[in-house]
Design a binder for this molecule. Sequence first.
Ligand code: FAD
Length: 437
Amino acid sequence: MKKIVIVGNGISGVTAARHIRKLSDFHITIISGESDYFFSRTALMYVYMGHMKFDDTQPYEPSFWSKNKINLKKAWVKKIISEEKQLLLENDETLAYDVLILATGSKPNKFGWPGENLEGVQGLYSKQDLELLEKLAPNNVICNHAVVVGGGLIGVELAEMLHSRQIPVTFLVRESNFWNGVLPDHDSSILNQHIKAQGIDLRLGVNLKEIRSDHLGRVKSIEIAETGEIIPCNFVGLTAGVSPEIGLAQNSGIETRRGILVNQFFETNITDIYAIGDCAEQTDPLPNGRRSIEAVWYSGRMMGETIAQTITGNKMPYKPGHWFNSAKFFDIEYQTYGWVSNSHSKPKDEMQLHWHSLDNTKGVTLSFDKNEGTFLGINTFGIRMRHMVFDQWLNEKKSIEQVIMQLDQAQFDPEFYKSYVSEIQSTLLTTLSNSVL
Ligand SMILES: Cc1cc2nc3c(=O)[nH]c(=O)nc-3n(C[C@H](O)[C@H](O)[C@H](O)COP(=O)(O)OP(=O)(O)OC[C@H]3O[C@@H](n4cnc5c(N)ncnc54)[C@H](O)[C@@H]3O)c2cc1C
């Protein structure tokens, strides 16, 4: 019977295993050094914040794995011996495979900052990071000031986590506006204001120069490059993005660039070795402007589902639909469907229409092609919209006017929640008619 080995027990590896099991009786082993069982990485923050226990982040009961004949092995793989179709584990044990799927995820970026390896400095990615955080920053007595470096989604989560334990946080963001490598400036400014309103000391347009230590090698302070300001602290969270975890592949003669290079069937340059999830980099252009590396949960899941088809004999290319994502910035929910460019890289044919509430806690930005008049994408803050509706409108290449006029069909707010739709429609239609004059 064919032996499938999957390195990585995250969403992509586990989804692949589940779907291969649905479609075949192959022998399946998932191997991972991080944890015994698959858990939701996106829920790590809620464990620290006391909303759930770590065990509750595991989507499946321990018995699920034996019931479905999926073997789990907790170990680090140090090398792939592809000529012999074997894995070499850290304890020098070997494991044979017929088909190998690499689903090794990402790792937090480090940029060689002086002091980045001191005690009290860490990233936020793994279960071990969560345990370390619990040790270094259990409360505001042991940790009386924290600095978070890097203004992406994980940075704002870490700031919220520390804040939930009343630990004062200084948040250093290199960009002039929060997350404006992704968002247009008017959307970023909603978040700037909201993060500051929570009591976070948000510093925009600044870089970390160095992290300084006390005489015991622990974090004592950081210095800001632009101003020379020294901020005393006893915890530094490094959250300046993630990169594909490609160490194992590089070690084993598999072609890599930023990620492990794969074609649309997730095949690497070595026969019977595939890569999916955060660690994979597509070499073939993807439909709908999708990026060659996507370090997000939903993409990992879709890749896992697709590769299961190929492995079980129904060779299937990866064809993700329109881009979508969601996140939460403290209590502001964010959703995005299609493409809304940031202010720096906005193509000249893309126009944007923006509305925000008077208190700046809710906002909507729509983008459209100014030549064709077609809808390209939407960002929402503090307002929920329906994924399926936007997916359909993007497929239909609906006109921007129609999208605005029919926005009530997409809204998805709980009962009694004040509907802003008519206010949004009137603002957007006025801006649209002014902008095309
Ligand atoms: C704090 C945080 C919050 C996030 N929030 C969101 C969110 O709200 N929405 C969203 O879409 N995405 C979010 N993400 C991103 C999302 O979690 C990832 O895209 C997703 O988990 C990646 O899944 P994966 O299966 O590719 O890899 P991973 O989940 O990283 O799993 C890979 C596994 O492989 C193991 N491994 C690696 N190398 C080896 C080796 N050599 N030997 C053995 N094991 C190995 C790793 O230890 C790891 O356990 C968040 C990420 C983090 C860190």
